[in-house]
Design a protein. Structure first.
Length: 383
């Protein structure tokens, strides 16, 4: 079954269970295959887009952007290319400066925008497209994050990371030969973002039971199955093979769809994401080069899993039973290391002091009930 057929079934299942939780009908066209880039031009013609904008950076231009622009021009369509320059430390970040660069690059006549890159370029494009009321197409250049299908854009505004309303892509073209050629650290980051679902899904049960927050069994299951597929195929993902990146990309898309369906990040983002956002804000404040989102999430999830398991063992709280099913921190670090990503906070370049601060403040970033929030409220963090 391909992803489009799969989405149809998920939609039906979600609509049937609307009593538990309202579900949005997910409508996007997805191609995850070798040679997917070649389908883009015919898709544009079919949608009647004669003039489009392509947003890339220097790396993603070489990986796919140039080729995509060529295919579009060969089809007789007009494409304006916006190449985002790196900042002083060599990053492209989703902040006010880059939002402005994308805004300025989208001409009035442009009918759609293509995001060619990983998470950051997608966040910039989805936000600008929302504000300019244009559709956007996703062309991932690495299986590095589950945010491709997201409707929210995490942006850095005044140095603080907040999620803003934006639009999901109308279509995704994930070319396996492009994903396979991506640096293994990017693939490892995508795997880390997926591994984080162990703690985010467990936290969702706790949000539901202790925080009275909405819960959807369908969205939970979609994410859980995607996570399981990644763990089952860890050897292929570690090898960075076509099979590996295909399993991972499908899992990342599925995770994104579960969020899209319920219009919330609950299934995919718990305490581990809050810690990651906190660390990211610290790095920005210090003007340091960014560490990939999924790399931070994977390490934070591995760290939290033993803390959560301990919480379940020591606190007589029914809701925490779910934490007993988490893999050990040791197991999670072994998986992260196997796929070629960082597995400890030292690998991330995070000091113990920064970590302590993150553990004590991360839960204040989002209005969510998590095990991490409970530990802070009950002063259970060791000093
Ligand atoms: Zn994530």
């Amino acid at each position: 079954m391909n992803m489009n057929e799969q989405i149809k079934l998920w939609n039906e299942e979600a609509q049937a269970s609307n009593a538990d939780h309202p579900h949005r009908k997910v409508e996007l066209f997805i191609e995850v295959r070798d040679g997917a880039l070649e389908s883009i031009a015919s898709y544009l013609i079919q949608q009647n887009y004669r003039h489009v904008t392509l947003v890339e950076d220097e790396h993603t231009s070489a990986a796919a952007g140039k080729k995509v622009a060529e295919f579009i021009r060969e089809a007789g369509l007009t494409v304006d290319v916006v190449r985002l320059p790196p900042n002083a430390v060599g990053d492209v970040i989703a902040d006010e400066t880059y939002i402005m660069k994308v805004l300025l690059g989208v001409a009035d006549q442009s009918q759609a925008v293509l995001a060619v890159g990983s998470g950051t370029i997608h966040d910039l494009v989805r936000f600008v497209c929302y504000k300019m009321n244009r559709p956007f197409l996703s062309v991932p250049t690495a299986a590095s994050v589950d945010g491709f299908t997201s409707a929210g854009a995490p942006l850095i505004v005044d140095g603080s990371k907040q999620t803003f309303q934006a639009v999901p892509p109308e279509a995704i073209f994930a070319d396996l030969s492009v994903l396979e050629s991506a640096p293994q650290t990017m693939t490892a980051a995508g795997f880390g973002d997926m591994l984080g679902k162990f703690t985010s899904l467990a936290d969702w049960h706790v949000s539901r039971d202790l925080g009275n927050e909405p819960y959807s069994p369908v969205a939970n299951r979609i994410t859980e199955e995607a996570l399981r597929a990644c763990v089952e195929h860890v050897d292929e993902i570690a090898a960075g093979s076509k099979t590996g990146v295909e399993v991972l990309m499908n899992a990342l898309i599925a995770s994104g769809i579960s969020m899209l369906m319920i219009d919330h990040s609950r299934p995919a983002s718990g305490g581990e994401h809050h810690i990651s956002h906190r660390i990211e804000m610290d790095f920005i404040a210090e003007g340091r080069k960014q560490v990939l989102h999924g790399a931070k999430v994977g390490v934070a999830s591995a760290l939290l899993s033993d803390m959560y398991r301990e919480l379940a063992a020591n606190q007589d709280v029914e809701a925490f039973k779910v934490y007993r099913t988490l893999p050990t921190s040791e197991q999670m670090r072994a998986w992260l290391a196997q796929v070629g990503g960082p597995s400890t906070i030292a690998d991330l370049g995070v000091t113990q002091e920064q970590l302590d601060r993150a553990l004590r403040t991360a839960h204040t970033l989002r209005d969510r009930y998590t095990g991490l929030k409970y530990m802070n409220e009950h002063q259970l963090l060791r000093s």
